[in-house]
Design a protein around this ligand. Structure first.
Ligand code: AHG
Ligand code: MN
Ligand code: MN
Length: 336
């Protein structure tokens, strides 16, 4: 394939809105996130050779085991935001409290939310990994006075996206004007535009879920799974099952091919597993921009007002018709 010669920085300058202050700010943020992506990719390429596989022996705020690479990816994001003055706070899956960025106390107009390394269970087995980011504009420049200032709806994101570390590295983002995919040329160290104005098929033939949990799901979620697996030539069923254990990789497949990703609530976890502010909301922002939907099963993800920075939510995301169909099974019977 001939790589189109549009780098990430050039692409941002070419956008019709590129002269606005917001676009220049976004260019700044995306370039820093791109840099973090290159640094993480470099670590991952040699992770199997070095001492970086395995656990740190500690658990994070989520009560989950922290892998050494989770910690390292988190440090890389913090390092790239040190020394700049536009992002004043970083909220991460790996840190209980927001981290204020020194030097941006009077000037930083943005908060960046990150899942620094997504799909940690793939670390030791050389499976796909990702990073997710969400960018919010602060009401006032500087450090937010209260945590509440950071608890914003997904609709308020000014940009969101993810990095996917697979056989190649992708950066996918939306700033509310379509979805763009870039691919890293590892030799040149530059992201190049490989897909513009991405759209998700209105309906797909793939589902992605951890079926090992299905007996713990509510009846509605089990019914959706049964429907997707039922043979029916007219509606193109059964759907194919594809699950990597890395949300970013699984949602990326659904974005490109269409279909449904779901991580429902279960008997033990009434809000499911995935985190609202740095997993569900940014991915829903991207998928909605591509013409799809992101739902809790009952409500649009990006309408939710977070109660806490590390809130969890059930997630049903993907092709519009597939999400609508799932919602019809999940709605309480009295509302159907
Ligand atoms: P993280 O590695 O950031 O903690 O996220 C893990 C998430 C997500 O990547 C994935 O879709 C899901 O957890 C996998 O969970 P199961 O192992 O329960 O399927
Ligand atoms: Mn994750
Ligand atoms: Mn993570």
């Amino acid at each position: 394939m001939i790589v189109p010669p549009i780098s990430l920085s050039a692409h941002i300058l070419l956008q019709p809105f590129s002269q606005s202050e917001l676009a220049q700010d976004l260019a700044h943020c995306l370039n820093h996130i791109g840099l973090a992506g290159k640094l993480i990719a470099k670590e991952l390429r040699t992770a199997g050779l070095g001492p970086w596989l395995g656990s740190t022996g500690t658990t994070n705020i989520q009560g989950e085991e922290v892998q050494q690479l989770d910690q390292q990816a988190n440090n890389i994001f913090l390092q790239v935001f040190q020394g700049q003055r536009l992002v004043s706070v970083v909220v991460s899956e790996e840190m209980e409290k927001p981290r204020f960025i020194k030097g941006a106390e009077g000037t930083g107009r943005y908060a960046v939310f990150i899942d620094p390394l997504d799909g940690s269970s793939n670390v030791d087995v050389n499976g796909p990994l990702g990073s997710v980011f969400s960018i919010h504009r602060l009401a006032q420049p500087g450090y937010p006075q209260a945590e509440e200032d950071l608890r914003k709806k997904g609709h308020d994101q000014v940009a969101a996206g993810y990095l996917l570390f697979g056989p190649s590295v992708n950066l996918v983002y939306s700033a509310g004007k379509g979805v763009f995919q870039f691919t890293l040329d590892q030799e040149l160290g530059e992201f190049y535009l490989t897909m513009a104005q991405m759209t998700i098929p209105a309906r797909g033939r793939i589902y992605s879920a951890n079926e090992g949990n299905s007996r713990k799901w509510a009846q509605g979620a089990q019914d959706v799974l049964r429907y997707l697996q039922e043979p029916d030539t007219q509606t193109g069923r059964p759907y194919s099952g594809r699950y990597s254990g890395c949300l970013v990789a699984d949602v990326h497949r659904i974005l490109l091919k269409g279909g449904l990703y779901f991580y429902p609530a279960d008997v033990k976890n009434s809000n499911g597993k995935l985190r609202l502010m740095y997993e569900a909301a940014p991915l829903s922002f991207v998928v909605e921009q591509a013409g799809g939907m992101g739902s809790t099963g009952l409500q649009r993800i990006n309408d939710l007002v977070p109660q806490a920075l590390h809130d969890r939510v059930p997630l049903w995301i993907g092709s519009r018709d597939d999400v609508i169909l799932a919602e019809s099974y999940l709605r309480p019977k009295s509302q159907t």
